[in-house]
Ligand binder design. Structure first.
Ligand SMILES: [Zn+2]
Length: 152
């Protein structure tokens, strides 16, 4: 045993500092997961058929980013608005059919569907995505929580 780490040598003040540090490290890891994932989404901004705004009606022939169907599509926010997904930025917009949009609800991940149907461009890109953040991780990151602000 390392003598300096015996509990008797750790003051209450030290324990509080350690707990604070552990919380900060855990938060930092979460922010990194969200940041990596958002960076990945931004890196594929030029891939796929994208709406140019969230109020735009779909051009004829647009296909669903998830299932690839060329059917009636609407604007999909890849990061749902409910967890802070940007409303108008191109990297967060895609076309999605109503079935996929409904099946996905406000998940961060893909809509529930069999893999043989997941042939849309975003489904294919998704296979190369980094670790998916949780809703809370995305909320923390997208609400502007920078690592520098965590240690307060
Ligand atoms: Zn679809």
């Amino acid at each position: 045993m390392v003598s300096g780490l015996e509990p008797a040598n750790i003051s209450h003040h030290d324990m509080n500092r350690i707990a604070t540090l552990q919380r900060a490290l855990s938060k930092l890891a979460s922010v990194n997961v969200a940041q990596n994932w958002v960076d990945w989404l931004k890196s594929i901004e030029d891939i796929g058929d994208r709406p140019i705004g969230y109020k735009i009606k779909q051009p004829k022939g647009s296909e669903c980013c998830w299932c690839g169907a060329k059917t009636l599509v609407g604007v999909e926010h890849i990061i749902p608005r409910s967890v802070g997904g940007p409303k108008v930025e191109r990297w967060n917009l895609a076309w999605s059919c109503y079935a996929c949009n409904w099946n996905r609800k406000d998940l961060i991940g893909m809509p529930m569907m069999s893999s043989d149907k997941a042939t849309g461009w975003l489904s294919i890109e998704w296979q190369r995505a980094p670790k998916e953040p949780t809703k809370q991780e995305l909320l923390d990151y997208l609400s502007g929580l920078e690592p520098a602000n965590i240690s307060r």
